[in-house]
Ligand binder design. Sequence first.
Ligand code: PRT
Ligand code: ZN
Length: 210
Amino acid sequence: MKTLKIAIQKSGRLNDKSVELLKNCGLNFDNYKSSLISPVSNFPLEILFLRDDDIPEYVQDGIADIGLVGENVIAETKVDVAYLQRLGFGKCNLKIAIPNQSSIQELADLNGKAIATSYPVILEKFLSENNITSDIKMISGSVEISPGLGLSDAIFDIVSTGGTLRSNGLKPFIDVMSSEAILIGRKGEENNPLIQELIQRIQSVLRAKE
Ligand code: PRT
Ligand code: ZN
């Protein structure tokens, strides 16, 4: 049977838990940070280590058969993939946040305001669903400092503990989306027996944790 490829994050917040999950599924592989592909010795599977942003497209295009990535990244890249299994880690919320002293009080007050974010697709969708027109400023990192620098009136970013917001004088304003890590696959390939076997193993690992 054809060897499967699974794409996981190379380094970052999801890497450790992704590797741990696959090892707990009984898969044997080397986790060398320098290699981009690791073969699994006891299952017809290869692991591709990638930037998380690239994982949805690799799966959609069939370069990887399955992948492990945050729902927020899937939503932002607008790809069409199958959701195979929620994984219960990497949990976070995507929120619009405003400065503690802001005059913004309700959603409509965001009309005409500048909002800085690294997630323009998700934000644009939310704003248009709510008939709000804001000036979306795309920033690739350190979004939280932009109101303090006078670059924006609000931000839209990932929040987990809220510590980063607090230390930048910001407060949560509106919850837009919650996210967790998810196993994705190519549409139409869901019934591949190897993928089904992996899903079974993942589900028993998750059940054992409950
Ligand atoms: O290099 P690569 O592109 O692969 O990684 P990355 O830098 O784009 O992503 P990474 O590793 O930071 O995050 C990977 C995924 O983890 C995200 O896409 C989310 O699905 C998930 N996740 C969970 C988070 C957080 N929690 C989180 N807290 N991603 C980012 N954060 C950031 C947040 O933006 C804030 O700036 O962490 C900071 C601290 O958060 P607080 O609220 O705890 O202070
Ligand atoms: Zn990324």
